[in-house]
Design a protein around this ligand. Structure first.
Ligand code: 13P
Ligand code: 13P
Ligand code: MG
Ligand code: MG
Ligand code: MG
Length: 380
């Protein structure tokens, strides 16, 4: 029998500002989800990364299931009521619609789901992020599934030597393409190195097309005709025996990379791997955080989690991320700390330009605007 793992997430309010989804909201979600165990769900785990609430659910109903999506929607709606009552910041931020229509996609919440036959032992890692966007997974997914310097298993495990296939989304033209590594490694990198336009949605094992990883990237699509931009993402990655080992999956975050997000969703900054306790981004509303929750599935039951980035061996990665944060912050409102216009989550720059519109003029031939007003003969 097939098991489905669904991770559905949303930011429905922060305490204070955009820093944290408080326990009151997690309780509201948990109350709804707990009541659905046995009837709809096999098991669940509710947590938060910064101001985002992450609901991990297991069931037998397949991906994109109405009942499961409605459950998550109802739980997040109840949490929104609590957030409004507490006047939390941005209460209901990610619930863009007043009514549910069968699937959370397009309604605001992010969603990563995969269905598979549970192996004899089924280790998996659920990643939860805050203050970044789904393209943040492009570089680490590449390392996990295609770099033998990150994942020696690609060399040693015969079931991985045929490589992995990537489903890459073109965010601007709303298209997708399937590409295989190692054969198409360089062409893949030509796409996914462009974080403005491409995001990896899924990864499959080359040998048998078994699902290996999935990220929540729906929201990168236009919604209601408007670019709503970033969504703090989640991802699910299967581990061991034909997939990268847990340690190989985590190793992709040992050397922090720069991602878009951070303050106002408008800045580049480091992705800092943290344990659940440290997923409270507050410095300049960040820098971006990622948690890694390790589970073993047992007939769909979620055994765990093991809070994998809580390991002291990631302290160096955290130190390095903080040094990178210092370096980027020193640029203030200048690129490359500030994102290019096309990637900014919200910006007043068009308004600023509007007010300056009438003051812009053509540059004259002699390229000189200010005329000499006094004869400073004394300087000659
Ligand atoms: P253990 O010897 O601790 O079981 O580890 C085996 C392994 O493959 C680690 O990557
Ligand atoms: P969130 O996407 O986590 O709500 O953060 C938005 C923001 O503006 C942070 O400064
Ligand atoms: Mg927020
Ligand atoms: Mg957030
Ligand atoms: Mg965000």
């Amino acid at each position: 029998e097939k098991i489905t793992v669904s991770v559905i997430k949303a930011d429905v309010g922060g305490l204070c500002g955009h820093t944290l989804a408080p326990i009151e909201l997690l309780d509201a979600v948990e109350y709804v989800v707990e009541n659905a165990v046995d009837e709809t769900l096999i098991d669940y785990y509710v947590t938060n990364c910064g101001d985002d609430i992450d609901i991990v659910m297991t069931h037998n109903k397949g991906t994109d299931n109405d009942e499961v999506h409605k459950l998550a929607w109802d739980a997040l709606t109840d949490a929104t009521d609590v957030a409004k009552e507490l006047k939390l910041y941005g209460a209901g931020q990610d619930l863009l619609s007043d009514s549910f229509s069968g699937n959370v996609k397009g309604l605001g919440p992010g969603c990563a789901e995969m269905e598979f036959v549970e192996r004899r032992s089924e280790p998996l890692v659920v990643f939860c992020c805050d203050k970044t966007d789904p393209a943040a997974f492009n570089l680490p997914f590449y390392k996990m599934f295609s770099s033998p310097f990150n994942t020696p298993g690609l060399v040693f495990d015969p079931s991985m030597t045929e490589g992995f296939k990537y489903e890459v989304m073109d965010i601007i033209d709303h298209k997708r393409v399937l590409m295989s590594t190692p054969v198409e490694t360089y062409s893949l990198l030509a796409l996914i190195g462009n974080l403005e336009r491409y995001a990896i949605k899924r990864v499959y094992r080359g040998r048998d097309n078994e699902i290996a990883a999935v990220a929540s990237s729906e929201k990168l699509n236009m919604m209601a005709g408007e670019y709503v931009g970033k969504d703090d993402p989640v991802a699910i990655v299967r581990a061991q025996s034909g997939f990268p080992a847990v340690g190989e999956i985590l190793e992709a975050f040992a050397n922090p990379h720069l991602v878009s997000g951070w303050m106002r969703g408008c800045h580049w900054g480091p992705m800092m791997p943290v344990g659940e306790e440290d997923a409270m981004p507050s410095r300049f509303d960040g820098p971006a955080r990622i948690m890694a929750l390790g589970f073993q599935l047992s007939k769909g039951r979620l055994v765990g989690p093991n809070d994998l980035f809580a390991d002291v061996a990631f302290d160096k990665a955290r130190d390095k991320a903080l040094e990178m944060a210092e370096m980027m912050r020193s640029m203030g409102p200048f690129q490359p700390h500030r994102l290019p216009e096309s990637m900014m989550e919200y910006t007043s720059v068009p308004k600023v330009l509007k007010t300056l519109e009438s003051r812009f003029e053509e540059i004259p031939e002699n390229n000189c605007k200010l005329e000499k007003t006094t004869d400073r003969g004394d300087l000659e």
